[in-house]
Design a protein. Sequence first.
Lengths: 105, 552
Amino acid sequence: MDKTLVKKIQSNPNYIELVSKRTSFAIKLGVFVLAMFYSFILVIAFNKELLGTKLSEAGVMTWAFPVAAGIIVISFITTLIYVNRANGEFEDLTDAVREDVKDDL
Amino acid sequence: MRLLALLGLTAVAVFAAGESLGLEASRKELNIPAIVMFFIFVGATLGITYWAAQKTKTASDFYTAGGGITGFQNGMAIAGDYMSAASFLGLSGLVYLQGYDGLVYAVGFLVGWPVILFLMAEKLRNLGKFTFADIAAYRLGQKEIRTLAAFGSISVVTLYLIAQMVGSGKLIQVLFGLPYEYAVILVGIMMIIYVTFGGMLATTWVQIIKAVLLLSGVTFMGFMILSNFGFSFEALAQKAVDTHAWGQDIMAPSDKGKIKDPISAISLGLALMLGTAGLPHVLMRFFTVGNAKEARKSVVYATAFIGYFYLVIAVVGLGAIVYLTPEVSPEFFVDGKLFGGGNMAAIHLSKVVGGDIFLGFISAVAFATILAVVSGLTLAGASAISHDIYSNVICKGNADSEKEMRVSKISVIVIGVVGVILGIAFEKQNIAFMVGLAFAIAASANFPILFLSIYWSKLTTRGAFIGGFIGLITAVLLVILGPVVWVGVLHNAEPIFPYAYPALFSVTTAFVSIWFFSITDNSQRAKDEIEAYEAQSVRSETGFGADGASGH
């Protein structure tokens, strides 16, 4: 890919839209998952008892189990959300950029 | 089929050798039905694999998007990579020994996925490069990056290999009653034969078949366990708390296990999260699917399968606590200890819930898994030595292919021997924990360079090379000087480095050194490399210009 083509793609409005939308979306989701996981790790690091709190006085079940299951399920859901948007909107924008510069590729 | 016969012969030969030497091999009676089932299932798995591999070969070229692999299948294969013996045997064993701590690993292994998908996978796929060395060498110096990548791969492969060797050695020990050392040697020989004769069989199909079998197997185990407790997880947990020596402490992260202090917890979290992205065999899976849409879908499927698997493993682990005690099931205990150690909890439990036939099935699936993973790892290690170091660096790209092949074959044998020796040395370690260490090295040596080469325009060859080696050496040294190797394997009284998990220190060191040696690099070459970032960046966003990976 030569420099003029790089410049041309970089100034293409569809490309700018694609990069800014996808980057901010990916960062938002990424930060969300990392923050969720790292809060979990920090609780383990500094306050294990919190996760050991029982759901009900009578039983043995603690918050730790639903929290772990919740993180697994939420990780899956964020993956699903990302892929839905990437396979629709972002894919369309990529195609639009390709259409715009197809003579130079 | 010749491969099968060879494997079978080796097994019989080594087994007979053990017998004829009059070794006190077995302290337990041989479980003939389970062994017969074991051979039938291992044979069938290898047979199907062989058949499928033949078919794939003729269908179309595997990596250039022939369309043979759908998103669903690829998701299954990714899950198969993940559900290695280490996850299955190691995580269930960890829950069995330390309760909830095992789940912390499970959560960490899974969370790596969305992070890779959001921040890395898309760009790597668009670049059309799928090994760590190829990506980092896209705009940086081939020679330096390949040397670094080779050493990084060998370190990660070695630790991963140890985990698998311990798992399979224990499995053979338990099933055939061989002494552990003989079992590991047997596995080592089988591994070398498998790689030499059938290395090409280790394709996507192995992982798909294995993933299906393993998912069905653990589902059955989980179902049987829960059915005894009226399908109440609470009732199962209640019984586990009553049975386990730690009591209520198994229901939450505990100070009694390895994650006892804040540093260990933070460090482990970092390794699990970032290590996934540094594992080369996982990155490659994004390229086995024809187009980007299917590749993304495969991640959704994979995350679902892996998440489900880990949730069931929690049930299996708690079930093991309940059913595997010297009082309830004395047949699994030798001198008051679980035969084969905690890593074998899932194997013994399979006999409790499904009898000898199911035991044979689960052992066979676990063993076939290990063989596939181990051969993949050995091939990766051997190609790092023969292709990256010997051919590209020592011979500067002029090695003739015959010599390269010979170096590769010798490497396989060397890696096999090293694997056996280390497998014996690390006998007592939990294998999920060992995988955690492999992740720590991947997170320190591979991840920073991968990440910075995509996101940081000012990364230079010098920064990547010097900083990468500093990160790698720090990680390896801290593992050796830490409690696992220094105390557990080398039997010193006190570790020099007090923490079992090095990632917090080694990842930080790696990032800081790469940054420092990049920004202080004022050479012309560095300027060219920085300039090349623009083109790389456009390609990584769009996929334009990448061979076969754009998928249109």
